[in-house]
Write a protein that binds this ligand. Structure first.
Ligand code: PMP
Length: 411
């Protein structure tokens, strides 16, 4: 890929990014937003962020930090105050004892993951990623010079990694396994019993480390008991990076604060990467995140209950549509539904739905509903709906999807 400017000079991207593109989720969101701006009644079920505002006390803490003059560079990978709050969070909520020296704070959990991969991977090192997965895992690994190794997880097995599939994917080059519970995009979560045999595989392979991406920890349903690998297996704690953040739990996606706990040597290496990219996360956002973690936590359960109502609405609505089927997710704010029953169907416009990408493109065009095809997450034929959207909009979107599907002639 080369891009020619008006003087004829060509930009030549680095090999490490030449084959990567902007995330498909972002692209679909941009197309849908442009349709909306052009006056169409587009409903966007693509975005991965809560629709409620950051709670007032958190905003007030940011304003107070500014008023106190906390507007300068901070310690490289987190203020002492925020690190102490994170140590306490891991102890209180997860039963994991980290020291402040085992904590890192970055500009979003995404940067924390990026730092971890940049700090640990040599060219050709492999990272096992169960799919379907959050799309960024693959490209973060690639930018860091690693090789993402997809291990498909079938819907029939709850989209959860099976220990024998993990064992079969391990090679002498494998450095990391990335797990995400509850999952983006499937909403599937791992119980202690689900984790146990996977942790046993890790115990048998000392070169293999684990990223536990717990971003959606606080969005669990039906009394699901969230747990995290570092709490379950103390013998592995020094090979686990437990990643979390304030984006989803406290509706703080724009503040860009994520954090992790892990062994000191890794945390120090990650700080080297951070020192030459951002210097430190935003001072004001760190004050806000500290307030979020140390303040009243009752809103977390309230939000989860709110999301659960929407999950029930969406799952029931989708399962009522012939050709679509959807398992009940344990957490996060996504459903990952199969559209296998619609593949091969003819559209009234004379086309054929040959894939999940076709299905999503057709729905966007004819029903003004934006969803992300499963292919973007590594599994077809599925589509992801983010239901972090007002209930009225969800009802309208479901009605439109049902009406559109009723117009298809199925084989
Ligand atoms: N992990 C998962 C599974 C996610 O879905 C996201 C956000 N979409 C992140 C990490 C990163 O979140 P942030 O950078 O906002 O902290």
């Amino acid at each position: 890929m080369t891009i020619q400017d008006q003087t004829g000079a060509a930009f030549r991207p680095a090999d490490r990014i030449a084959t990567l593109g902007v995330s498909e989720i972002v692209q679909i969101g941009a197309t849908a937003a442009a349709m909306k701006r052009a006056g169409r009644p587009t409903i966007i079920l693509g975005a991965g962020e809560p629709d409620f505002d950051t709670p007032e006390p958190i905003k007030a803490a940011a304003a107070a930090a500014m008023a106190r003059g906390e507007t300068k560079y901070t310690a490289l990978d987190g203020t002492p105050g925020l690190k102490a709050a994170i140590v306490e969070k891991f102890r209180r909520e997860n039963g994991v004892a980290y020291k402040a020296s085992e904590i890192t704070v970055g500009t979003g959990a995404k940067q924390v993951l990026y730092n971890a991969m940049m700090a640990s991977l040599n060219p050709g090192d492999e990272v096992i990623i169960p799919t379907p997965c959050w799309t960024s895992y693959f490209d973060i690994v690639r930018i860091a010079g690693g090789v993402p190794v997809a291990v498909p997880c079938a819907g029939a097995r709850g989209f959860r990694l099976q220990p024998e599939d993990l064992a079969a994917a391990i090679t002498p080059r494998t450095r990391w396994l990335m797990l995400n519970s509850p999952s983006n995009p499937t909403g599937a979560a791992y119980t202690e019993a689900d984790y146990r045999p996977i942790l046993d595989v890790l115990l048998a392979h000392p070169q293999l480390w684990l990223v536990a991406d717990d971003m959606y920890e606080h969005i669990c349903y039906d009394g699901f008991r969230f747990t995290t690998p570092a709490a379950l297996e103390p013998r592995l704690k020094d090979r686990i990076l437990t990643v979390n953040g304030v984006s989803k739990a406290y509706a703080m996606t724009g503040w860009r604060i994520g954090y992790a706990g892990g062994p000191e040597a890794l945390i120090k290496a990650m700080a080297v990467v951070q020192s030459q990219s951002t210097s430190c996360p935003s001072s004001i956002s760190q004050a806000a995140a500290e307030a979020a973690l140390t303040g009243p936590q009752d809103l977390l359960a309230e939000r989860a209950a709110d999301f659960q109502r929407r999950r029930d609405l969406v799952v029931a609505g989708l399962n009522a549509i012939p050709g679509i089927s959807c398992r009940v997710p344990e957490g996060a704010f996504y459903t990952f539904a199969s559209c296998a029953g619609l593949i091969g169907a003819r559209t009234p416009e004379g086309g054929t739905i040959t894939s999940d990408r076709d299905f999503c493109a057709w729905l966007l065009e004819t029903a003004d509903v934006a969803m992300v095809p499963g292919a973007a997450f590594g599994l077809s034929p599925y589509f992801r709906i983010s239901y972090a959207t007002a209930e009225a909009e969800l009802r309208e979107a479901l009605a439109r999807i049902a009406a559109a599907c009723a117009r298809l002639s199925r084989a």
